[in-house]
Design a protein. Structure first.
Length: 251
């Protein structure tokens, strides 16, 4: 999933810096850069924008005024050198607030927050179809088949099909794929929300596994490749209920 963003700041150097950060972030793409609020307003009225990096203090139209007049608002991340605007910014229900000078690490935190918000919204979209009688029907759709995991100083794209297992390791999670060991700072709860629930199941306080990668189950042990995973007492009933309810086996 690519997030379409714009950059709005009356300082060219500030625009260049944000653009450099966007270029280093795999899930962001710039669809416009503007040095005035008026120009940005005209663009947003006629184009789809998911996220705006928006300076507050601008001469023709401040960032706050721009947000207030927009009918269809994208996610907003305010960028400003003036800390006193933070409270007003959050009153407008913006996604985040970046205080200049902005570090790349802080930028990534804000971008990641926007990604989580948009990703959750995409998963809740409803697809409408017309059946043979002409009636409308609906069903939930999930567009994503991958996630981005924050590891060290980059965002690593990981396809769901590549994941062999997830292991908790103190303050980190290890996401194991056939070609990589990806360490990320994230809670199990947060990652479970990002993974498709029909494909992944937690079997232990330290493990989440993809169901379709299971090769065998014996004596409450799951085998994936050459590795065995214990199904703990806490998750045992939930695991076997999941398999049965999903039609993977019958008693």
């Amino acid at each position: 999933m690519k997030i379409r963003c714009i950059i709005v700041d009356d300082e060219p150097l500030a625009v260049s810096k944000i653009q450099a950060f966007v270029d280093k972030t795999p899930f962001l793409e710039t669809v416009g850069s503007f040095y005035s609020g008026i120009s940005a307003l005209e663009f947003m009225q006629n184009n789809e924008v998911d996220l705006a990096f928006l300076d507050i203090q601008m001469d023709d139209l401040t960032g706050i005024q721009l947000v207030e007049v927009l009918k269809k608002k994208p996610l907003i991340i305010f960028t400003t050198a003036y800390e006193q605007y933070a409270i007003k910014g959050f009153d407008l229900d913006v996604c985040d607030y970046l205080l200049k000078p902005i570090s790349f690490n802080r930028f990534l935190q804000a971008a990641n927050k926007a990604y989580d918000h948009i990703s959750a919204s995409v998963k809740k979209e409803i697809a409408f179809t017309v059946d043979s009688s002409g009636s409308m029907s609906s069903g939930s759709i999930e567009k994503n088949d991958f996630i981005f995991l924050k590891t060290e100083y980059r965002m690593q794209k990981v396809s769901f099909d590549e994941i062999l297992y997830v292991q908790g390791m103190k303050d980190y999670l290890l996401v194991k794929t056939p070609t990589a060991n990806i360490m990320t700072i994230m809670t199990f709860k947060k990652l479970e929300e990002m993974l498709p629930s029909k494909d992944f199941i937690r079997i232990h306080k330290s493990y989440i596994i993809p169901v379709k990668k299971i090769e065998s189950i014996e004596r409450n042990m799951v085998k994936i490749g050459t590795k065995f995973f214990a199904i703990s007492d806490t998750y045992r009933k939930e695991f076997y209920d999941f398999l049965q309810n999903s039609g993977f086996y019958t008693t």
